[in-house]
Design a protein around this ligand. Structure first.
Ligand SMILES: CC(C)(COP(=O)(O)OP(=O)(O)OC[C@H]1O[C@@H](n2cnc3c(N)ncnc32)[C@H](O)[C@@H]1OP(=O)(O)O)[C@@H](O)C(=O)NCCC(=O)NCCS
Length: 307
């Protein structure tokens, strides 16, 4: 058995004490190409760089160049330890600048003991990984179930599903992390084609009073393995997209869509459903909380000066 680094052990123990659901804190992957390791007193981390092709779908979901720090902090003062780690990382990046470039640090949401170090260095919480454990009851006004008919999307739905998906990207882009690129529309259509043939994610169209007004997409556990380590309770499904047309919002339509999706997800044996939402999103953040989701990991980001 290999010995666990004391910083990783202390970090993992602290996270387990504040959040038994948050996963992925028990180690650090070995550095690969473009990656490096840094260590300071009571903290260590792995650095990596994403360099995205602007024509690829994942370039919609973040800036093109993202420097990432995967940190672990122990000791009596985790804020000071994380602060020293951040300072070492930032010093190593020198005067790195340019358009469409940013820094990102993912940290367990409930480990509030360390995150002041991020705020004081200009990082803002941007993306929450939120989780709903099987059986969580929704709160708020009753869902408008009788007005909403959920049906599996089919190839003939391409135009409406692509339009609503693109509107979701445009809404999210307002917060400054997601970007609507010139390639986004084409990539959306390409990625939806197998889904609408029933070959990938589950995808439903919500008909409200007879007209298509919403979509929900969910990666079943076989496709959601990439995000499963975020939580300690499996099997995991990933709710990748949900959008309700502005004309039907605030009437319980979203709640009805979420309820229908959760019924299907739970019938498939899923223990935990995970999703991402922008922390500043004033619609989705309270909505998902009412549907039984709560943050487990928070991605803190800082854009680099464009020149
Ligand atoms: C998030 C979204 C799907 C919610 O859809 P919706 O149809 O508005 O959802 P609901 O009507 O069920 O709930 C919205 C709010 O209206 C309230 N509401 C529901 N029925 C209501 C009623 N009859 N009267 C008054 N308020 C009502 C709910 O309590 C809820 O409040 P909350 O946000 O504090 O929880 C929708 O706002 C949307 O598409 N937003 C833009 C895209 C987006 O953010 N997608 C999620 C990305 S992660």
């Amino acid at each position: 058995m290999t010995a666990v680094h004391p910083v990783i052990e202390a970090h993992a123990a602290r996270i387990r004490a504040v959040d038994p659901l948050a996963g992925g804190q028990d180690g650090l992957p070995a550095p690969g190409p473009n990656e490096g390791a840094i260590e300071v007193v009571d903290a260590l981390g792995l650095t990596s760089v994403d360099r995205l092709d602007p024509g690829a779908m994942n370039a919609t979901w973040s800036p093109l160049i993202v420097h990432r720090l995967w940190g672990r902090a122990g000791g009596r003062d985790p804020e000071a330890a994380l602060g020293a780690l951040l300072d070492q990382w930032l010093a190593g990046l020198g005067g790195e600048r340019g358009p469409d470039r940013a820094l990102a640090v993912q940290w367990p949401s409930r480990d509030t003991a360390a995150v002041r170090a991020l705020t004081l260095r200009g990082f803002a919480p941007m993306v929450a990984t939120a989780a709903r454990v099987r059986g969580a009851a929704p709160s708020g006004p009753p869902a408008a179930a009788s007005r909403v008919r959920m049906r599996a999307a089919v190839p003939a739905d391409m135009a409406v599903v692509a339009r609503l998906y693109e509107a979701l990207v445009a809404y999210d882009a307002q917060f400054g992390w997601v970007t609507m690129r010139s390639s986004t529309r084409a990539r959306i259509v390409e990625s939806l084609a197998p889904v609408l043939r029933g070959e990938g994610s589950w995808c439903w169209v919500a008909e409200v009073d007879g007209a298509a007004a919403g979509i929900v997409m969910v990666e079943p556990p076989t496709l959601a393995r990439w995000i499963a380590p975020a939580v300690r309770s499996a099997p995991v499904a990933y709710l990748s997209a949900m959008y309700a047309d502005p004309a039907v919002r605030g009437q319980g339509v979203g709640a009805a869509m979420a309820a229908a999706a959760h019924t299907h997800i739970e019938a498939a044996g899923v223990a935990t459903t995970v999703l991402h939402h922008a922390v500043p999103n004033p619609l989705s953040a309270p909505f998902w909380a009412r549907q039984g989701y709560r943050p487990v990991l928070t991605q803190w980001v800082r854009h680099l000066p464009p020149r």
